[in-house]
Design a protein around this ligand. Structure first.
Ligand SMILES: Cc1ncc(COP(=O)(O)O)c(C=O)c1O
Length: 358
């Protein structure tokens, strides 16, 4: 079986080295020494002031909304993402206001944001889809003009750099997911990333029961990540460049075989890409389902990612006007991409795709 993804595993003895440290310190969680070390390494790698790691990317999104006091308000967001981007807004009792995407970059259409702003709008929360950048300059300009906070769901953005800076360094807070299937992972895990000290201190408090030096000054949750997760992150850390390099080669093989035949997201200038996913857009839903079926018959599992368009979710009352997202989500597929995927398998997958297109 070839799955859409497969977790990267560092050499076991390198993970064990970190486990020994946990056994020695008997520090299993609660912002232990390994977590502190990893956060520091990530701050340096990303070129940001603060990384506050949490249990996963979803909790990180919720904590980002909380830390910036986005309560009861409207949050402008994209319908073309994984469900967590929308559900965290609803979970925090805010209202997602969907703005359609740009058909080429698949990120939010910045030219449609301003018309969606009302006197209840408090934030813009958008996604660097598949690690490709949103128009960060324009979004910041709109946010400044209307006094809005900006949160980037950077679940896919680790390792992508735009204009020489990590994509995770933009906005009031960027979040990330370090889930097992991401290119850099801590098994489960996530982070809020910010350059603002006050925001960071609030995040550190609310992920830890609201504690500030032992006093419960904020309403908080338990969003802490363990030393075992940090150990996996530290063991994986030194392989980041190798992981990205290998994925680049796999994507280049896909490109050689498929580029002229399928639609691919438009790549903007000044991007150093992380090669986290290989999405293709087919002609229509019928063709997409046919390709999926043919791949399944060959024990290959692509992923309808993202499907459905989030504005169509059952619990969303105001569905907005998002024809582009609704259309693309019906005909987008992420093809298998992981470290160790062979050139032969990439060729086999590509040929099945091509042979089942109309
Ligand atoms: C865009 C996006 N946001 C949020 C998440 C949630 O991250 P996690 O699985 O770490 O909770 C994901 C997970 O894949 C994602 O793709």
């Amino acid at each position: 079986m070839i799955n859409v993804t497969r977790s990267f595993m560092p050499p076991m003895e390198e993970y064990e080295e970190y486990l020994k440290k946990i056994w020695d310190s008997r520090y299993l969680t609660n912002e232990g020494p390994l977590l502190k070390q990893l956060q520091k390494q990530l701050e340096e790698y990303l070129g940001v002031n603060y990384v506050s790691m949490m249990t996963n990317g979803t909790i990180s999104l919720q904590m980002a909304l909380r830390a910036l006091d986005i309560e009861d308000g409207e949050v402008i967001t994209t319908p073309f993402s994984f469900v967590a981007t929308t559900s965290c807004i609803v979970w925090e009792r805010c209202k997602p206001v969907f703005v359609d995407i740009d058909k080429d970059t698949l990120c939010i259409d910045v030219n449609k944001i301003e018309e969606a702003i009302t006197d209840k709008t408090k934030a813009i929360m958008v996604v660097h889809v598949y690690g490709y950048p949103c128009d960060v300059e324009k979004i910041q300009e709109i946010a400044n003009k209307h006094g809005l906070k900006v949160i980037y769901d950077g679940a896919h953005a680790f390792g992508s750099r735009y204009k020489g800076k990590s994509l995770l360094s933009y906005g009031d807070i960027s979040t990330c997911s370090f889930h097992a299937t991401k290119l850099f992972h801590t098994i489960e895990g996530g982070a809020c990333i910010t350059n603002n000290k006050e925001t960071y201190e609030k995040l550190q408090s609310i992920k830890n029961f609201g504690s500030v030096n032992g006093n419960y000054e904020n309403v908080g949750v338990n969003g802490k990540i363990t030393e075992f997760n940090a150990a996996m992150g530290l063991a994986n850390f030194k392989y980041i460049e190798k992981i990205i390099e290998e994925r680049k080669e796999i994507c280049e093989t896909y490109d050689e075989l498929l580029k002229e035949k399928v639609i691919r997201p438009k790549v903007v200038e000044n991007l150093e890409y992380n090669y986290i996913y290989y999405p293709i857009i087919l002609k229509d839903e019928e063709e997409t389902l046919k390709v999926i079926d043919a791949l399944h018959q060959n024990e290959i599992n692509p992923r309808r990612y993202f499907y459905p368009s989030l504005n169509t979710l059952k619990y969303i009352t105001d569905k907005g006007n998002c024809p582009i997202s609704e259309d693309i989500s019906k005909r987008v597929l992420c093809l298998p991409l992981y470290n160790g995927l062979s050139k032969e398998d990439v060729t086999k997958i590509s040929n099945i795709v091509i042979n089942n297109m109309e």
